[in-house]
Structure formats: structure tokens, C-alpha cells
Ligand binder design. Structure first.
Ligand code: C5P
Length: 222
């Protein structure tokens, strides 16, 4: 089958990665979770006790960072300087700090470069905030996935429950809205729908429904 690049962007907890994984698997493409890369960079900064407001210092700290996404038995694993940090990058502390780290131009340039290299010449589904607008500007299919904040908080709540995390629903909603605000209002590559992206509101759709809609769109363009 021919290859193509699929960009999926949207606000926090809209279901992008769940759907992106299914789409990639069905089409035989690789999946790249760019949020996981910013999370790994944030974990490194937090562990080093770095000043998260200082883009230059962060960039120096992350200059030779080794971030890898590798397939594991139960989905993609994330490695930071050779260590498996798949679970650690999902902690509350990383989630609360990641948008601050991701706002720095120096960090974004580094991550975007890495993401472009990973996608080069391959069939790929990549999800994030600036994939259609910056990383894969020529993607064959761009999707902008949204859902109401209530629905997104509810989904995160259910997901957390299976992992034994008990953050109250209203706190989750507040955190999601705060992260969206920071990601949308930043100067560098803010979260915005690409002009040529297809908008999918997933509020009242199931995961298989969203995935099959995207697969259908991809097949039309392959
Ligand atoms: O996708 P996820 O929610 O894991 O992303 C975590 C954070 O990483 C986002 O809130 C955003 O600040 C940042 N991010 C970004 N650009 C991307 C992917 C994620 O700025 N392409």
C-alpha cells in the first residue's frame, strides 16, 4: 500500500492518541505520540530541578537528550536517555508542567526536528498540537479533533480510574482547560486548526466511529 502522513491535532484529552493508534495499526503505519516527547523532555527538566521558565537553560539541558518511542507488547514505550519512562511521563507533576516547557521556542525547534526525522519517507500517524500547522505541513490528511471539556474530563476520569488515580472530575476539567489555554495562547506554534484540516467533534462519537471516519478519509486520499 502507498504511504501517507496523517496529522491529528486537538486539545488535551480529546482522544487523539487512542484513535491515532488504531488508525496507524489498521493502515500499517507507524504512530508517533509527540505529546510523549514533550512529556519526556519535561520529566528530564523536573528531575534535574531546572528552571522551567528559562528556555535557554532548558535547551542546554536537553541538547543531547535521547528520546525514543518504541513498540512494546502493550503499546508504545517511551525511553528517556535509555530508561523506560512510559508511566512516569503521565504523572500529575509532568502533566501540570509540560505546557510551560513546550512553550519555549528552543525546545519546540528541537522536538520538531526530531519529529520530522522520525516521519521522513514513512507512512505515519502523528498526533499533537502543531502537526498539521508546523511539523507535517504537507500531510496527506489533517484532522482536528475536538470534544466538549466536560466529555474530555469524563474520559480522563475513566482512564485514570483504571490506573488507580482518583483526581476529582471538576479538578480534571479545570486542569484540562488550563492546559488548553496555555497551548492555545502561546506565541510559538499555538494550538490552532490548520486551514486544510477536517474538523471532527468526537463528543458523541465512539472511538471506533472516529477511527473508521479517519481511515475512510485516508483511503480516499491514498
Ligand atoms: O498530547 P499530550 O496531552 O500528552 O501533550 C502534552 C503537552 O505537550 C500538551 O499540553 C502541549 O503543551 C505539549 N505538546 C505540544 N505540541 C505537540 C504535542 C504536545 O506543545 N505537538
Amino acid at each position: 500500500m502507498r504511504t501517507m502522513q496523517i496529522a491529528i491535532d486537538g486539545p488535551a484529552a480529546a482522544g487523539k492518541s487512542t484513535v491515532a493508534k488504531i488508525v496507524a495499526e489498521q493502515l500499517g503505519f507507524i504512530y508517533i505520540d509527540t505529546g510523549a516527547m514533550y512529556r519526556a523532555a519535561t520529566l528530564k527538566a523536573l528531575t534535574a530541578g531546572a528552571d522551567l521558565t528559562d528556555g535557554e537553560a532548558l535547551s542546554a539541558l536537553l541538547k543531547n537528550v535521547d528520546i525514543r518511542l518504541e513498540p512494546g507488547e502493550q503499546g508504545q514505550r517511551v525511553y528517556l536517555d535509555g530508561q523506560d519512562v512510559t508511566e512516569e511521563i503521565r504523572t500529575d507533576q509532568v502533566t501540570k508542567s509540560v505546557s510551560e516547557v513546550a512553550a519555549h521556542r528552543e525546545i519546540r525547534e528541537q522536538m520538531v526536528q526530531l519529529q520530522k526525522e522520525l516521519a521522513e519517507g514513512r507512512g505515519v500517524v502523528m498526533d499533537g498540537r502543531d502537526i498539521g500547522t508546523r511539523v507535517l505541513q504537507d500531510a496527506g490528511l489533517k484532522v482536528y479533533m475536538i470534544a466538549s471539556a466536560e466529555e474530555r474530563a469524563q474520559r480522563r476520569f475513566e482512564e485514570n480510574r483504571t490506573r488507580g488515580i482518583r483526581t476529582p472530575l471538576d479538578v480534571l476539567k479545570m486542569e484540562i482547560e488550563k492546559r488548553d489555554r496555555m497551548d492555545s495562547e502561546r506565541k510559538e506554534s499555538p494550538l490552532v486548526q490548520a486551514q486544510d484540516a477536517v474538523l471532527i467533534d468526537t463528543t458523541s462519537l465512539t472511538v471506533p466511529e472516529v477511527a473508521s471516519r479517519i481511515i475512510g478519509l485516508a483511503k480516499e486520499r491514498l
